[in-house]
Design a binder for this molecule. Structure first.
Ligand SMILES: *Cc1c(COP(=O)(O)O)cnc(C)c1O
Length: 392
C-alpha cells in the first residue's frame, strides 16, 4: 500500500513490536494522530495569532496554557517549545557560550550537545565516566578544577544527561548540579530520555534549564521538544529582539532571538499538545515500565555468555547488552552471519535492533504491554535455544 507515488505506508508500530531505543517514547497517541490530521497544513496554528504576535500567546488552540503546563510539568518557571532537544541546547549555548570558552560535557554526552557548543565556538571538555559508566560528583569537581587551572576560565555551562543514550544509565544529577553550582556554573539537564516517560522535577534536581525531546519521549511528531528554565534565567535565554534596521527603521516587537521568533508553528506543536494529557499521566507508571525492562534483561542474563553493560538492576528502559560471547558466537557459524539475530527476531515480529549487530546492541522496552514484554523475553530465550546456546 502506498501513501502516494512510491512512498510506502509505514506500519511498523501496527505490525511489529518495535524495541528501537530512539522510537519507543515517540509513538503517537490516538489523540495526536487526530490532531496532526486537523493541523497538518503549514502554519496552521497561526489562524488566531493576534498581538503581540508570538506563538506562546496564542489562545486558540490553547497554546498559551500549554506553555504554562509544560513549565509546571517540569517544576520550573518558563517553558518554550523547540524543534527538538538539540535546538534547546543550541538556544542555551547561544546565550552563554562565547568563542574559546571551555564548556563542560560528559564522556557520555550526546553528539548534539557537542555540536551546539561547537556552533558557538566553545570547546567541549568532558567529565570522565567511572568504571561502571556513571558520571560522579567527584569527577565533576575534578574536571572543573582541571579546566580552571588550564584555561583560567570558569566554564559558562555544564551539559548533563539525565539518562545517557549509550547505556541508559541514570546519573546522580542533583549531586552533580550541586557541585557545579558551587562554582557558579549553570546546569542544563538533558532529559531527552527522561522528560515525558519518567517523572522529572527540575527544581528538585536544581537544574537551571531542562530540555526534553517531543519525538523521543513525549509522543509527538519530529522535530519537537521543550526548553524549561528558572525565572532567573528566562530573561537571558528568552531575551527579546532589540534590533532596529538602518534603512527602514523597523523593530520586531517581542520576538525572542534564540527562538527565532516562533518555533513549532503547526503539526508538531499540536501533536505534542494533544499527547500531553496522556504523557503527564504516563510518567506516573514508570515502575511498571521498569519491571518490564527488568524482565527482558533478566531473560537475557540467563543466556550463557551474555553481559548486561547497563546499570543493574535497571533504572531505565533503554539497555545495552554485550552478546559477543553468546549470539556473536552463533553468528560466526551461521549462514546468515550476524543477520541471523535480527532476522530471527523479525520472524517473531520483533524489530528495532540494528540488522547485523550481534556484539553490542541496545533495546528499549518502553511502552510495551506486560504481555509484549513477556513475549520479547521469551523470544530472546527461544532464539538462544534454537541456536544451541545454553540457557540457565
Ligand atoms: C535523542 C537524544 C538527543 C537529541 O534529541 P532531539 O530531540 O532529536 O534533538 C539529545 N540527547 C540525548 C541524550 C538523546 O538521546
Amino acid at each position: 500500500m502506498k501513501c502516494a507515488g512510491n512512498i510506502e505506508v509505514r506500519d511498523v508500530e501496527e505490525s511489529s513490536i518495535n524495541i528501537d531505543p530512539i522510537q519507543a517514547g515517540g509513538r503517537l497517541t490516538p489523540e495526536a494522530m487526530k490532531a496532526i490530521i486537523a493541523y497538518g497544513d503549514g502554519y496552521s496554528v497561526c489562524d488566531n495569532c493576534r498581538k503581540p504576535f508570538r506563538l506562546d500567546y496564542i489562545r486558540t488552540p490553547p497554546i498559551d496554557v500549554f506553555h504554562r503546563d509544560l513549565a509546571r510539568f517540569l517544576n520550573l518557571d518558563v517553558a518554550r517549545v523547540v524543534p527538538g532537544a538539540r535546538r534547546g541546547f543550541q538556544a542555551v549555548a547561544g546565550t552563554y557560550v562565547g568563542k574559546g570558552d571551555p564548556v563542560l560535557v560528559t564522556a557520555l554526552s550526546h553528539y548534539t550537545e557537542i555540536l551546539a557548543i561547537e556552533g558557538c565556538g566553545g570547546i567541549p571538555r568532558e567529565i570522565p565516566r567511572s568504571r561502571d559508566n556513571l558520571i560522579t560528583p567527584d569527577a565533576t569537581a575534578e574536571k572543573i578544577e582541571e579546566v580552571i587551572r588550564e584555561t583560567g576560565k570558569t566554564p559558562p555551562l555544564l551539559f548533563l544527561d539525565h539518562v545517557d543514550y549509550a547505556y541508559g544509565n541514570l546519573h546522580p544529577v542533583a549531586e552533580i548540579t550541586k557541585v557545579a553550582h558551587g562554582y557558579d556554573i549553570p546546569v542544563l539537564l538533558n532529559g531527552a530520555y527522561t522528560v515525558g516517560i519518567m517523572p522529572v522535577d527540575g527544581r528538585e534536581i536544581g537544574a537551571d534549564f531542562v530540555v526534553g525531546s517531543g519525538h523521543k519521549s513525549m509522543a509527538a511528531p519530529a522535530p519537537s521538544g521543550v526548553l524549561a528554565v528558572r525565572q532567573e534565567r528566562a530573561g537571558e535565554v528568552f531575551r527579546t529582539t532589540s534590533a532596529r534596521t538602518d534603512v527602514t527603521g523597523r523593530t520586531f516587537g517581542i520576538k525572542e532571538v534564540e527562538m527565532m521568533g516562533c518555533t513549532l508553528m503547526g503539526v508538531t506543536l499540536l501533536g505534542m499538545m494533544a499527547s500531553f494529557p496522556a504523557v503527564r499521566e504516563r510518567v506516573n507508571h514508570w515502575d511498571r515500565e521498569l519491571s518490564n525492562a527488568q524482565r527482558v534483561v533478566d531473560a537475557l542474563r540467563r543466556i550463557e555468555g551474555t553481559v548486561i553493560q547497563s546499570q543493574y538492576p535497571r533504572a531505565h528502559t533503554l539497555t545495552r547488552v554485550d552478546t559477543t560471547r553468546s549470539f556473536d558466537l552463533v553468528a560466526e557459524k551461521h549462514k546468515k552471519k550476524g543477520f541471523f539475530f535480527s532476522s530471527s527476531l523479525k520472524a517473531k515480529g520483533i524489530v528495532g535492533i540494528i540488522p547485523g549487530a550481534t556484539k553490542v546492541w541496545k533495546f528499549n522496552t518502553y511502552g510495551l504491554t506486560d504481555a509484549q514484554a513477556g513475549y520479547v523475553a521469551e523470544a530472546f530465550l527461544e532464539i538462544a535455544r534454537e541456536n544451541g546456546l545454553s540457557v540457565s
